[in-house]
Write a protein that binds this ligand. Sequence first.
Ligand code: AMP
Length: 293
Amino acid sequence: MEIINRRRRMMSVARRLRREENRTIGLVPTMGALHEGHLSLIHEARALCDVVVVSVFVNPTQFGPSEDFGSYPRDLTRDSGLLAEYNVDYVFAPTAEEIYPAGYASYVSVEGLSDKLEGAARPGHFRGVTTVVTILLNIVRPHFAFFGQKDAQQSIIVKQMVRDLGFEAEIVVLPIVREESGLALSSRNAYLAEPERRAAVVLNRALSQAQAAYAEGEHNASRLIELVRATIEAEPLARIDYVSINDAETLAKLDKIEERTALVSLAVFIGKTRLIDNIVLGESQKNVASANA
Ligand code: AMP
């Protein structure tokens, strides 16, 4: 496994692998602080591709001014150890200056989709995400890029961008990996004190209740949202940012879940930590069903 810090080196390695050795390249973009969720993406990349590149980059442009860019967990030594165990071929771990040198001025925005849900709560977040994903796709030029359903809106936006801008990479979206408790794995879970960690289980519990109610025939979005909200509000350490039911492809708000697949998504503060989670209801649920770690 080689750890690469420079974009020129990453580009030349990737070019050689693709052109001279004709190998299939898989890219797994991450911000590090790796957990089983990331590892599930790497596992799939390993199965589908000849060469696996994992990027580890805490991307400054996707954090708002009052967000946790400064305190986001960083431990490249630990991450590299895990990545070596997972037979990753290349770790691309550039500095912020390497990706955004002095005078950097170009941004990629996917309009419409980026303003809803997480985008409404975190203005500019997806512009940062689509910009860095564009840069990474251009450097690595992978055949496949792997994303998690944990960040459902991100996956939808990246797919739209890849379609619109004609990137060659195929975007593969993989199910949410959860703890046995149901808590979705997240690097930000590291911020939770023990009582908060126990309280955080309420996100998945509330979503599972909505799923059960839906299975029993409740297809009215407001009533399902009310159910989710009531469960979360009963947890004293939790404060809801939003709970929403949207079309799982277009993210249009839904009043009723009929023939379209629905994304039930939420953001909840547990103490000071903001967590997100989601569940998909409807026809193609099998494709993005939750998996346990
Ligand atoms: P991050 O390091 O948080 O930017 O995440 C990197 C990638 O891992 C993103 O595509 C995430 O959606 C994905 N990911 C994060 N947590 C999970 C999880 N619990 N299950 C599956 N994928 C995840």
